[in-house]
Write a protein that binds this ligand. Structure first.
Ligand code: AP5
Ligand code: MG
Length: 193
């Protein structure tokens, strides 16, 4: 049973690595950004609430995001483990996730931070061809700014809890995956009594 988080700035490779780790570890990968984008595409009520935030690179309000994650983690495929990509991003979301896990008598096993500098992020995201509404330089810089101002505090919190492994997110995708798996093996074996 494995409950993991992957954290990192926009474009650090969270989604790319989450898919690969999901296959290797046999746990479901859940990206809050992907879930929001699906709701926007399907024009659901949640999609209508979230669209403006996604387009401008702002964070969707915590109460909306926490509620969505709570519902998603309640589904059967997340019962035996999960890899959350892009959540939590604020300290209020950390507390909400703590409550969700405690309600199920579970806890996180490890948190991986993908490290990459801002200028590399901008180069990567401007080269992405998915047509995302938030992949233009002004919005990318705003997303990065929010990462530094809000999500870095989340990283620091998990470091204090002894759950964090920082992994270099720059290099061939396969190599980054191997680095993450090695970091997880070390952090999970270190926490096993
Ligand atoms: P989200 O979808 O999570 O976007 P993000 O954090 O900005 O990150 P990206 O998805 O752009 O990048 P990534 O780290 O997944 O990298 P990827 O693998 O794609 O969130 C979008 C929005 O949703 C937010 O702005 C907010 O509005 C809302 N939201 C989401 N979560 C929320 C929350 N918890 N609270 C509130 N609001 C929330 O890779 C990027 C590119 O680089 C790709 O082209 C890829 O092919 C390439 N690449 C990947 N790895 C490598 C490598 N090793 N070398 C070279 N290129 C690589
Ligand atoms: Mg992503």
């Amino acid at each position: 049973m494995t409950r993991l988080l992957i954290i990192g700035p926009p474009g650090s490779g969270k989604g790319t690595q989450a898919q690969r780790l999901s296959n290797r570890l046999g746990i479901v990968a859940l990206s809050t950004g992907d879930i929001f984008r699906r709701h926007v595409r399907e024009r659901t009520l949640l999609g209508k609430q979230a669209q403006q935030c996604l387009d401008s690179g702002d964070l969707v309000p915590d109460v909306v995001t926490n509620d969505m994650v709570g519902q998603r983690l309640g589904l059967a495929d997340a019962e035996d483990g999960f890899l959350l990509d892009g959540y939590p991003r604020t300290l209020a979301q950390v507390s909400a996730l703590d409550r969700m896990l405690a309600a199920n008598q579970t806890q996180l096993d490890a948190v991986v931070e993908l490290a990459i500098d801002d200028e590399q992020v901008i180069r990567r995201l401007l080269a992405r061809t998915d047509g995302r509404s938030d992949d233009n330089e002004e919005v990318i810089r705003h997303r990065l700014d929010l990462y530094h101002r809000q999500t870095k505090a989340v990283v620091a919190e998990y470091e204090t809890r002894g759950l964090l492994s920082e992994v270099d997110g720059v290099g061939p995708v396969d190599e980054v995956t191997e680095r993450v798996l090695a970091a997880l093996a070390m952090s999970i074996s270190a926490s096993t009594p």
